[in-house]
Design a protein around this ligand. Structure first.
Ligand code: C2O
Ligand code: CU
Length: 498
């Protein structure tokens, strides 16, 4: 996909719903639906409320018959699932045993600014000397870097409702390659309100981290900025300005896996953890999704959905009922935006009958209404490519990321209406805030925009109005495009809650 200005962008948008360029794998991937679905381990606290996650390299078998070096929290990809409870503060000590600095962000978390994973708040490998400047695009402007030697304690007060969150690296200019290598995991918040619902639970509550990767002939991950010498060249992404996509779809780190299921209801927490790929998920064999939640927790009522579209970082909490299927039946989850190998995602193989007491209640706990009249301010943010050729850049309101220079100063405890305007596919993520889509293209939002969100899928030449509520903490946060290559190419801005 080579783009030639606005006309090319519009054409691309119309046809493909793609948001990047696809790297091909150099080795032969396995036949789909032959590798069992792994479920990430649940993080075990070292003592109540205290977790330790070491970021380290490990060799794992992703493609059967070969090994891949990953960088993972706890040495796994996905990292261990943090099971957090509303009202129970958690402290996560992240120890960096990698060769590069990191910053860890709890995506969707209402977290104090010093624990939010600011891109220049770096945890360095023990003994590394801080650079004079963070490097990358921003090396020249003397941005201050905070430097933690070897480890940092991230404090998560967990005062928010039950939701499917995730955590991932957020290092300035290198989030794309570092997440691509595996630095991501789930953080599931539970609460009493959710416990009281008869939703499928236990081993029938399955988080599914969906992402794409490409593999080199030796089994390593291919990524445009990861050359064999691990030379780090920020901003150099070759022709991958639109974003990096792979041709192998992984779920929980396994290629096109298969999960054996009972003929019963399952709760599936779908996360698009891809750098740039968008998915339109659907089920074969007449199965449908009953969506019960989105990014920041349950919807007010379940919604039957034939397809679920997820831009990078978006989540959908769904229940799928396999009880109409007899043992031996299969249901495949496909990606209607994909072609060839990226059309398949994973398969459910029904193997047994089981007693099922779960249910999806017709009503879920009421959602607070989103009232635009409450807005204390209205602002407009324009996500756009500027410049040509080597000078091309992804910008917000004409600016590349300038750490420490906020574009907005919302007041704590207020709501604002933010108008998001874009020239391409930009999944817009706002830290700290809770978002509700008020209008998309001048119309009332559809089911894809339901519920409280932290990431909003803004498509080419769309105008999306969101209500943003700022609660919890004062301080410096950021908003950015969650296409990780766009983010690394500085499509990010600070805002400061005052
Ligand atoms: Cu999931 Cu600022 O990111
Ligand atoms: Cu973008």
């Amino acid at each position: 996909l080579r783009l030639a200005g606005a006309a090319g962008l519009a054409a691309a948008a119309g046809c493909g719903e793609t948001a990047g360029e696809t790297l091909s794998s150099e080795l032969r991937p396995p036949a789909p639906f032959t590798v069992p679905l792994p479920v990430p381990p649940v993080a075990v606290p070292v003592r109540p409320g205290r977790y330790e996650l070491a970021q380290r390299a490990a060799r794992v078998e992703i493609i059967p018959g070969t090994t891949t070096e990953i960088w993972g929290f706890g040495g796994t990809f996905p990292g261990p699932t943090l099971r957090l409870r509303r009202g129970e503060r958690a402290v996560v000590r992240v120890r960096n045993e990698l060769p590069v600095p990191t910053s860890t962000h709890l995506h969707g978390g209402v977290v104090p600014p010093e624990s939010d994973g600011y891109p220049t708040d770096l945890v360095a490998p023990a003994g590394h000397r801080p650079p004079a400047a963070p490097g990358g695009h921003h090396g020249a402007d003397g941005t201050a870097v905070t430097w933690h030697d070897g480890a940092k304690d991230y404090v998560y007060p967990v005062r928010q409702r039950a939701a499917t969150l995730w955590y991932h690296d957020h290092r300035m200019d290198f989030t794309g390659p570092q997440v691509w290598r595996g630095l991501a995991g789930f953080a599931l918040i539970g609460d009493v309100e959710e416990d009281e619902l008869p939703l499928p639970a236990g081993e029938r509550d399955v988080p599914l981290m969906i992402c794409d990767r490409a593999f080199a002939a030796d089994g390593s991950f291919r990524y445009p900025a990861l050359d064999p010498a691990l030379r780090e060249t920020p901003g150099v992404r070759g022709d991958f300005m639109e974003g990096v996509q792979g041709d192998v779809i992984l779920v929980n780190g396994a290629p096109w896996p298969v999960l054996e299921v009972a003929a019963a209801r399952y709760r599936l927490r779908l996360l698009n953890a891809s750098n740039a790929r968008r998915y339109r998920l659907a089920l074969t064999g007449g199965a449908r999704f009953v969506q019960i939640g989105s990014d920041l927790g349950l919807l007010g009522a379940p919604a039957v959905r034939d397809t679920i579209t997820l831009a990078p970082a978006e989540r959908a909490d769904v229940v799928v009922d396999f009880s109409g299927h007899r043992p031996g039946a299969v249901v495949t989850m496909v990606n209607r935006f994909g072609a060839g190998p990226t059309r398949d995602v994973m398969r459910f193989q029904v193997t047994r009958r089981v007693r099922d007491d779960s249910a999806v209640p017709a009503r879920l706990p009421a959602l607070e209404p989103a009232v635009p009249g409450d807005a204390a301010a209205r602002r407009r943010f324009d996500f756009r490519r500027t410049g040509q050729g080597g000078a091309a850049a992804w910008t917000i309101n004409g600016r590349r990321f300038r750490p420490g220079e906020p574009l907005a100063r919302p007041r704590l405890g207020t709501a604002e209406v933010w108008r998001l305007v874009s020239d391409f596919h930009h999944p817009v993520h706002v830290h700290l805030a809770r978002l509700r889509v008020l209008a998309r293209g001048g119309r009332a939002p559809g089911p894809a925009d339901a519920g409280w969100k932290d990431t909003v899928d803004v498509r080419p030449y769309e105008v999306v109005d969101v209500l943003a509520r700022f609660e919890g903490y004062r301080g410096r946060y950021m908003m950015h495009c969650h296409n990780l290559e766009h983010e690394d190419m500085a499509m990010m801005a600070d805002f400061e809650v005052v």
